[in-house]
Design a protein around this ligand. Structure first.
Ligand code: ADP
Ligand code: TZD
Ligand code: MG
Length: 583
């Protein structure tokens, strides 16, 4: 049925006066559009250059990046924000590999995305005869994603795209790889047969109801609690069951702790938030309800010092992935299903007279909260020059409070850990960060996609090291004129900027950068606004102006180079030599 044609033939496909034809390029675009996907994050080149052009000509938004990793991060966070897989499109071998980090990161974080890569000729690749950008991409992608597919014939593009979409968003969301060998793009086929080959994915992420017996068990465990706690994770934010979650939390009266990207699901100033009493809540609670949060390293694996008395805690866990249960500790009441359905079932099961948690537990949390908030508030008001992390973040905290619609993107070490505690978030999915891997480099990709997918202003608060991983994408922000304000916390290095070479040689210490680097000029180079800020007032003013104007802006916020701590707040994970010379 399909015939091959050169790309020159493909361009004359229309208007030949005979049977209308279509080709692989158009089928890929049509298959995506049919499924409500209208944006592609890409880096063009052989063999997908014409795919980028075709997509734009057919009305899709094609956002072209400077490096595939950032196109990939953009696609992954688009998927997280919309529950529709984000598309990252790359060339073969090196472009594919550049995108693969983002695909693996998406899978790890349960973000739905599809990495679509062009690939070289199968016959040559499989015989290892040295094709242009030769690589067995499908085999390499497989361990890093939920599913990996290859399409060899134009008439299978529709089914390939459909399988990729369903795999990405059903069950636990994640990354999917779709391999498109260059040959198929120019394959032509009858236009009507082409249309008929497309598949619209019906109900791509079906509701999964928990078993009634599992709901009763969970309610029994919760009912017996003296010091209950709810932990909301980014799975809960992803699920977009915002109202159902609020109802459960408020009806139960149970204090909640948001994981980093779940901040704002309920506002951080909600009376039941235990955010400012985190360590007390983790340690002293007796029953913990996990909603879309894994007991991984970010929660100390559910055991150890942070969790108090060993074995004293009982867990109820809501997750769509059955094998997540008991991954680290025993789960007394597993609730397998989608978060909306599970949370609703719990709320309904609580009936009309659900007992509120004991007052002494609520009081203990409230007291610790007030004490911690008081301790922090002086630090946030400090007016010293240069700024330290707390004082600069205090200024940004006030800006976000005034502008709760702003989406915060955050990466770095100290810049990340301190911002997470200091900047309150008021709306669901308004905080995007380094996630499960703690990966540096998500900054500009996440910012671009957040602006594009939501139309809202974005504030990216990034360490100077973190920024360096995606810094060139400020050109992308300028090219698409995106309302992104980047604040680089410039402390001259990784964690701190004041280390020296222990041997006193000419090379600087490995953790330090050029002193007083002028990052704002990078934004100016491409027509955006650059600001050098040394005081809290200058910083706040510049951020407000940027968010008002909507112009791409980079503010170089000068931070005391001695203010940071090693690895931010996770120094305990960092092995240190007792023998080597350090200064
Ligand atoms: P955090 O880092 O915020 O603690 P994690 O990424 O560790 O969150 O956990 C998210 C969890 O949410 C994953 O185990 C994933 O399977 C689950 N999840 C994602 N979407 C849904 C959904 N719609 N319904 C139920 N569980 C979900
Ligand atoms: N590479 C990648 C992809 N991810 C990482 N997490 C790291 C390296 C290691 N790393 C961290 O974990 S934080 C960090 C690196 C390089 C940068 C910290 O410096 P910063 O932040 O300037 O961004 P602060 O504010 O100076 O602490
Ligand atoms: Mg730094």
């Amino acid at each position: 049925m399909s015939a091959t044609a050169s790309s020159a033939d493909a361009q004359t496909v229309e208007g030949q006066g005979q049977e209308p034809l279509t080709d692989g390029f158009h089928l890929v675009v049509d298959a995506l559009k049919l499924n409500g996907i209208n944006t592609i994050y890409a880096v063009p080149g052989i063999p997908i250059t014409d795919l980028c052009r075709t997509a734009q000509a057919e009305g899709m938004r094609v956002v072209s990046f400077r490096h595939e990793q950032h196109a990939g991060y953009a696609a992954s966070i688009a998927g997280y924000l919309t529950k529709t897989p984000g598309i990252c499109l790359t060339v073969s071998a090196p472009g594919f590999l550049n995108g693969l980090t983002a695909l693996a990161n998406a899978t790890t974080n349960c973000f739905p995305m599809i990495l679509v890569s062009g690939s070289s000729e199968r016959e040559i690749v499989d015989l290892q005869q040295g094709d242009y950008e030769e690589m067995d991409q499908l085999a390499i992608a497989r361990p890093h994603c939920k599913a990996a597919f290859r399409v060899l014939h134009a008439e299978d593009i529709g089914i390939g795209v459909a399988r990729a979409i369903r795999a990405a968003v059903s069950g636990r969301p994640g990354g999917v790889y779709l391999d498109l060998p260059g040959k198929i793009f120019a394959q032509v086929m009858d236009a009507e047969a082409g249309r008929n080959s497309l598949v619209k994915v019906i109900d791509p992420a079906p509701a999964q109801l928990p078993a009634p017996s599992a709901v009763s068990r969970a309610l029994e465990v919760l009912k017996g609690a003296k010091r209950p706690l709810i932990i909301l994770g980014k799975g809960a934010a992803y699920a977009q069951a915002d109202e159902a979650i609020r109802e459960l939390v408020e009806k139960s009266g149970i204090p909640f702790l948001p994981m980093s990207m779940a901040k704002g699901l309920l506002p951080d100033n909600h009376p039941q938030s235990a955010g400012a009493a985190r360590s007390l809540a983790l340690k002293e609670s007796d029953v913990v309800l996990l909603v879309g949060a894994r007991l991984n390293w970010l929660l100390s694996h559910g055991k150890g010092k942070a969790w108090g008395e060993p074995g004293a805690k009982r867990f109820v866990q809501i997750d769509i992935e059955p094998t997540e249960m008991d991954s680290n500790v025993e789960i007394a009441a597993p609730l397998v299903g989608d978060i909306g359905s599970c949370v609703t079932a719990l709320t309904q099961g609580m009936g009309g007279n659900w007992a509120q948690p004991p007052a002494d537990w609520i009081d203990a949390i409230e007291q610790r909260k007030q004490a911690n908030i008081e301790k922090m508030s002086a630090r946030l008001m400090n007016n010293s020059v240069p700024m330290d992390f707390n004082s600069a973040l205090g200024a940004l905290r006030a800006v976000v409070k005034e502008r709760p619609d702003t989406i915060l993107v955050n990466e770095g070490a100290n810049t990340l850990d301190l911002a997470r505690g200091i900047i309150d978030i008021y709306k669901p999915r308004h905080r995007l960060d380094v996630g499960t891997w703690g990966v540096m480099g998500i900054g500009m990709g996440f910012s671009a996609a957040a602006a594009i997918e939501t139309g809202k202003p974005v504030l990216a608060v990034v360490g100077d090291s973190a920024f360096g991983f995606s810094g060139m994408e400020v050109e992308t922000l300028c090219r698409y004129n995106l309302p992104v304000c980047v604040v680089v916390f410039n402390n001259n290095g990784i964690y701190r900027g004041n280390e020296t070479n222990p041997l006193g040689g000419a090379d600087p210490a490995p953790l330090v950068f050029v002193k007083d680097a002028r990052y704002e000029k990078m934004m100016e180079a491409f027509g955006g606004v650059g600001v050098y800020a040394t005081t809290r007032d200058e910083l706040a003013r510049a951020v407000n102006e940027a968010l008002d104007s909507g112009r791409p802006t980079l503010i170089n916020a000068v931070i005391d180079e001695a203010a940071g701590t090693e690895s931010g707040r996770i120094g305990n994970l960092n092995p240190q030599s007792a023998l080597s010379k350090k200064k």
